[in-house]
Design a protein around this ligand. Structure first.
Ligand code: 13P
Ligand code: SF4
Length: 336
């Protein structure tokens, strides 16, 4: 078993000192005790800081975290180490649990690019032109937007969800790059994209990717579908964050260019030490704002509790359940 210091020293985003790691170990002890006291489970998104991933009970992508949250039965508290829309999704799916977001600054610029009032107006306008219009919303949306949607999708299942609908005309909210990725795979549908994008993935250019490939033709390129279509076209595989983890573990290739937020290459560097993960990544300030101290304080002070009013929660839950019916089977089985 590698020590925490050995694992964290493989990470390239941060230059941890022995002193930092000692502090993390002390905080892990405090957090584990609080977790037992509160009967809590800690779930974390793949992009979170490595020292938080190491104390989480479950680490995953948006789809896995939503499924996980829906299955929590024995724990009273879900401490959600993700961004606000993810914690909201957990509350929508499991309303009798207390859901905590350790730092309220952990928002998502992509989710904020589609306000519910603007979406309602756009749906009304488009329905005049396309009476069969269906609304597919990416999970990176507020609860109020989910409540206006027919079905939700994630980066792991967007094409499958779109293909499953009987409707030909689909308003896809809010990520235009994921919309374009789904449209390429399901050409029989008329996908109308919302004009949103993720500022992290949008910064990555085809020129930087091509430069790396030219210098290293044997490298495998993994791209997140929130990237621009001209970047996605250069990929060996376009995958969700956990899809990238599985792919990198299974393939015989030894070098991968990981084109997404930097936390993913850090997770891979810790878990797959015999392979090399070249960073073609950018940092998301929202995913990095939460510290290990925030996680400790969250469990100690039971902050910050996420609430979703029932008139929004119920239609949002319906849209999420439709996604599970299409992709993963019904949620509801127990994990913890
Ligand atoms: P994943 O569902 O692939 O983990 O993506 C979440 C996200 O916010 C990407 O920016
Ligand atoms: Fe939102 Fe982009 Fe950050 Fe993901 S990487 S949480 S989409 S801002």
């Amino acid at each position: 078993m590698p020590t925490l210091l050995e694992e964290l020293s493989r990470v390239k985003t941060y230059d941890y000192t022995t002193e930092d790691v000692r502090e993390f170990e002390a905080l892990h002890v405090e957090i584990r005790a609080l977790k037992a006291q509160r009967n809590a489970v800690i779930v974390a998104h793949n992009y979170y800081r490595p020292e938080i991933l190491k104390v989480a009970d479950f680490v995953g992508d948006s789809l896995e975290l939503a499924l996980m949250a829906s299955r929590v039965k024995d724990a009273d508290v879900i401490c959600f180490c993700g961004v606000h829309f993810m914690a909201e999704t957990a509350k929508i799916l499991n309303p009798t649990r207390t859901v905590l977001l350790p730092n309220l600054l952990a928002g998502c610029q992509l989710a904020d690019s589609a306000p519910a009032e603007d979406l309602a107006a756009r749906i009304e306008e488009l329905k005049k032109q396309y009476p069969d219009l269906a609304v597919v919303s990416y999970v990176n949306t507020t609860a109020a937007v989910k409540a206006l949607s027919d079905v939700i999708c994630t980066s792991a299942n967007a094409a499958k969800v779109v293909r499953s609908l009987p409707n030909r005309n689909i308003l896809f909210v809010p990520d235009r790059n994921l919309a374009s990725h789904a449209a390429e795979q399901v050409p029989e549908k008329n996908i109308i994209p919302w004009d949103g994008f993720c500022y992290v993935h949008q910064q990555i250019t085809p020129e930087e990717i091509s430069r790396i490939r030219e210098a290293d033709p044997g490298i495998e390129i993994l791209v997140h579908p929130e990237c621009r279509p001209d970047v996605a076209r250069l990929a060996d595989a376009v995958l969700s964050t956990s899809g990238m983890v599985r792919y990198a573990k299974e393939r015989s290739a030894k070098r991968f260019l990981v084109v997404t937020e930097c936390g993913l290459s850090d997770r891979l560097a810790m878990e797959v030490p015999d392979k090399q993960f070249v960073k073609g990544c950018k940092l998301c300030t929202f995913m990095k704002v939460t510290s290990l101290e925030d996680v400790r304080d969250s469990l100690e002070k039971m902050q910050y509790e996420i609430e979703v009013p029932e008139d929004i929660r119920i239609p949002a839950e319906r849209a999420l359940h439709r996604m599970f019916e299409v992709t993963e089977g019904k949620p509801g089985k127990t994990n913890c």
